[in-house]
Design a protein around this ligand. Structure first.
Ligand code: FAD
Length: 614
């Protein structure tokens, strides 16, 4: 009989056991995870130092343990002596984690959706007889889908990646994050060059060659999507081009597996199988079919009314209205403004970037209100008419102006998930009325071998959430005990100035009665910001008053999107104000403002004079 004890876990003592992963009678190998411990900084699995059959387990969930505490006793057996990890990587088709491990959680699946799950259509019978073409089929090759496919292949699965577009990368790489950021870079260079004039360096007026600029943007996109094609090849992931739809819980019909141009296929309707249609069977499936732009009802069908994809075409108008003051609309407004278009923005709610703290949005509002032709909040569009001379738009609301004629109207009012377009019914997968697919904390749908990730699985619709979930779903399908346990997902608006936030916001804290305290630092006192010619930024960090731990933060200013990761890490690692304030940050940098915010909170800041509280 061998005793297995808690190994050296660093400086931690009396650490809580949050999960016991084995029970008497289990056969375990060397390095099989036995228990999960949670320290102040992280959670960790304790691997077994012995192989055999578990005879007794000495600790339970909720116990506190230190180095040397007895976990269990093992009776040695030859069969179980191989390390668990090796065993897993050899297996081409590991069994997925048992379903009872993963109850639907209230946090993810709302009551209404639970009811929908109960009333779900009975899945059609599996006709494939238990052998499958693929261990894993991933539907959709956006950041969620390609990440999931690559991870599944790396774990030894035979993988197919089904994608209707000619290039991999989904919305993000083809018509979203990447092309928009390439154009935003051009906008930034133009603006910075212009601003240098007041510092004594004058460039000529920029000459915009929209065709060349668009070509450069497409080159950036091409490099990335081409790179993905290579990565798929290297991993032997079979990329199947066509429109996939479930026909049973283990089968997918794919239309257009030949090279017919996608536009032709779409014009035949998504149900048309097309030449070379193919049916594939799968053991597991990850749905990563993403989302598409919401079209406002009642708008005329006119090429001068565009969505974000149309805006990336860079057909520059003289005068443009952006309907929707959210992140995507404002990013495109930033580009068009820098390229010389007269931009107006109309937003239904009471401010730009709804949901973001007002103090973070204010520097952006101040800057764009001087530059844009008109910004109307609390205002809605009531009529849009396509006339020969332009698009005539009528407004109603607090800041409404007379009807106006624009050369172009960009509609950026959000995105809706593609859940209702993939034949989910045939697989028995529940889709809610908005088109999202409810999932549990392992990204499983109500059908345990089918997962959903990314935009189609819920808010926030962000690429970094999709890819995180993609990895997780692949690992769970491989049999790993992984859960979505990220505490926070950062948000960024790549406007000028950039705005980024993570964790608890002040708006949310006030609405939900969450107590918090704040340390903040204005960038007008940050050396690096001043050397960039900018003094309009702000960094703030929110703390739990009881523990001084970081619970949220927001940044507005150049590169806010890069800087926010430090606050995200601080939250994930249970960092407190002292940790942040005592971490030496390089000088002069914008990142110092995070440290200064913590110091301001702790009362140790010297870079500003903060009068002591009475
Ligand atoms: P998607 O990227 O939507 O990919 C889904 C894929 O599935 C698509 O390729 C689609 O063709 C395919 N597909 C769908 N149905 C089928 C079918 N039946 N058969 C075959 N294939 C199918 N997010 C950020 O995090 N940062 C940003 O800066 C950012 N900027 C953005 C800018 C714009 C203009 C837009 C529009 C979006 C932006 N986003 C940004 C959002 C981001 O693009 C999405 O959150 C992300 O792409 C979602 O990834 P996904 O894998 O869930 O799905």
């Amino acid at each position: 009989m061998t005793q297995v004890n808690v190994p050296d876990i660093g400086d931690f003592k009396n650490v809580e056991v949050i999960d016991v992963l084995v029970k008497p009678g289990d056969e375990i190998a060397l390095e099989t995870p036995l228990v999960t411990l949670e320290t102040e900084k992280a959670t960790m699995d304790v691997p077994s130092s012995a192989a055999g059959v578990v005879k007794s387990v000495s600790i339970k969930k909720g116990d506190r343990v230190s180095k040397g505490s007895l976990i269990l006793e093992v009776e040695a057996s030859g069969a179980a002596a191989a390390p668990a990890e090796k065993k897993e990587t050899k297996a081409a088709t590991p069994a997925p984690a048992e379903e009872e491990d993963v109850p639907f959680t209230d946090t993810i699946v709302r009551e209404k959706e639970k009811a929908a799950a109960a009333a779900a259509p009975t899945p059609a019978k599996d006709t494939s007889g238990g052998t499958y073409d693929f261990d894993m089929v991933v539907l959709g090759a956006g950041p969620g889908g390609y990440t999931a496919a690559f991870r599944a292949a790396d774990l030894g699965m035979k993988v197919a990646l089904v994608e209707r577009w000619p290039q991999l990368g989904g919305v993000c790489l083809n018509v979203g994050c990447i092309p928009s950021k390439a154009l935003l870079h051009a906008a930034k260079v133009i603006e910075e060059a212009h601003e240098m004039e007041s510092f004594g360096v004058t460039f000529g007026k920029p000459q915009i060659d929209a065709v060349k600029l668009k070509g450069w943007k497409e080159k950036v996109v091409g490099k990335l999507t081409g790179g993905l094609g290579m990565l798929a090849k290297q991993r032997k992931v079979e990329v199947i081009r066509g429109i996939g739809k479930f026909v049973s819980p283990h089968e997918m019909q794919i239309a257009n597996t030949d090279m017919t141009p996608l536009s032709t296929v779409l014009s035949k309707g998504e149900n048309a199988p097309g030449e070379g249609a193919r049916k594939i069977t799968f053991k597991n499936c990850i749905i990563a079919a993403g989302s598409e732009v919401i079209r406002l009802p009642g708008l005329p069908d006119d090429p001068r009314i565009i969505d974000s994809t149309g805006a990336l075409e860079l057909d520059l108008p003289k005068r443009m209205l952006v309907i929707g003051g959210g992140i995507i609309g404002l990013e495109m407004a930033t580009v068009y403004d820098a390229l010389g278009t007269k931009v107006s923005v109309v937003e239904l709610t009471d401010g730009l970037i709804p949901g973001c703290d007002r103090d973070l949005v204010r520097p952006l509002e101040k800057r764009v209100s001087k530059r844009y032709e008109k910004i109307m909040v609390k205002t809605k569009v009531t009529k849009v008419e396509a006339l020969k001379e332009g698009i005539r738009v009528t407004f109603e609301g607090e800041q409404a102006i007379e009807p106006q004629i624009y050369d172009k109207v960009l509609v950026a009012v959000g995105r809706s998930p593609n859940g209702k377009k993939i034949g989910a019914d045939a697989a028995g997968v529940v889709v809610n009325e908005r088109g999202f697919i409810p999932v549990d904390k392992q990204m499983r749908t109500n059908v345990s071998h089918i997962f959903a990730i990314g935009d189609i699985a819920g808010q926030p619709m962000l690429a970094h959430k999709a890819s995180h979930e993609g990895k997780l779903a692949a690992e769970v399908a491989h049999g790993e005990k992984r859960f979505f346990d990220a505490r926070v997902i950062p948000s960024v608006a790549y406007t000028d100035p950039e705005i980024a936030w993570v964790g608890v916001t002040e708006t949310e804290a006030k609405a939900k009665g969450i107590t918090y305290e704040k340390g903040s630092f204005p960038w007008s006192a940050n050396a690096r910001s001043l050397t960039l010619g900018r003094d309009d930024g702000l960094t703030k960090v929110l703390f739990d008053p009881a523990t001084h731990r970081v619970i949220g933060g927001g940044i507005v200013g150049p590169n806010a999107g890069d800087l926010i990761s430090e606050i995200a890490l601080a939250i994930e690692m249970n960092t407190d104000a002292t940790d942040l304030g005592l971490t030496i940050h390089p000088h002069p940098t914008l990142s110092e403002t995070v440290m200064f915010s913590a110091e301001a909170y702790e009362g140790t800041l010297t870079d500003l004079y903060v009068p002591k509280k009475a």
